[in-house]
Design a protein around this ligand. Structure first.
Ligand SMILES: [Zn+2]
Length: 253
């Protein structure tokens, strides 16, 4: 998969605002060194969380008629959303925002612990549910058995779902993530910001002398800078935006 961006140096030095160029999206996409066709080096930072990118890819797949791929991306987006939430809730509960905790390097211990559950989604789900209980003093509303069964049939049994059924699934997942994301953001703003900005801050530290280009294009769960709320209120709105917004797949325009 390829994404397009513009070269900031071309814009600043040459007033060239049409200097689009493409690069491949990889697992290290969040921080990536690139060079534009005119030879200007930049460090690109993608500020989306992984669950946002996955959900967007699901929207693109659905718009293009790839229903199985859409459902699979939505399903993985839920799992990565749980991962993001676990980190936010842990940071909030421990009041840990990157500083060594009680003489131990809590962040290092966190990573060690995460590795022990990173290959097993059921462990992650259990961690998410218990952290949610501790954080909000209530049991989390999870996706229904019917929704989970649909996910399993697509991802494990290789079924070919109808577009209508994937639309329904996508809407359920969108609302699930949206509601919990808002709850998390409003309840733990400091921890939410800390986890959201971690990659960016890390990149800034590592590339203090480089040209940094922060990519923050509209995605499914982006926050509207004017209202401070989520940009899209419904699955249909997000789906429509993605049909017009080719950031994740287009050739240069
Ligand atoms: Zn350039």
């Amino acid at each position: 998969m390829r994404i397009s961006t513009r070269c900031t140096v071309c814009e600043i030095l040459e007033n060239d605002y049409e200097s689009y160029f493409m690069f491949d999206i990889t697992d290290e996409i969040i921080i990536q060194s690139v060079t534009c066709p005119k030879g200007h080096p930049s460090v690109l930072i993608l500020t989306h969380q992984r669950f946002e990118l996955l959900f967007d890819m699901g929207l693109h797949a659905l718009n293009d008629g790839y229903c199985r791929e859409a459902a699979t991306n939505f399903a993985v987006a839920v799992e990565r959303f749980h991962e993001f939430s676990i980190e936010v809730m842990t940071a909030a509960l421990k009041n840990n925002f990157g500083k060594p905790h009680e003489g131990n390097n809590f962040n290092s211990q966190y990573l060690t612990t995460w590795k022990k559950m990173s290959q097993q989604s059921e462990r992650q789900l259990g961690a998410y549910m218990m952290l949610y209980l501790l954080s909000f003093n209530k049991s989390p509303d999870m996706l229904s058995n019917k929704t989970t069964q649909f996910r399993n049939e697509v991802t494990h049994k290789g079924t070919f779902p109808s577009k209508e059924r994937v639309m329904e699934y996508g809407e359920t997942v969108f609302n699930y993530i949206k509601d919990k994301l808002e709850e998390l953001r409003h309840t733990f703003p400091e921890a939410f910001e800390y986890v959201s900005q971690k990659q960016l801050n890390q990149a800034l530290e590592q590339n203090a002398n480089g040209v940094l280009v922060q990519i923050n294009q509209t995605a499914s769960f982006n926050i509207d800078e004017e209202t401070g709320e989520l940009y899209h209120n419904s699955f249909e709105e997000a789906l429509f935006t993605c049909s017009k917004f080719q950031f994740l797949k287009s050739d240069p325009v």
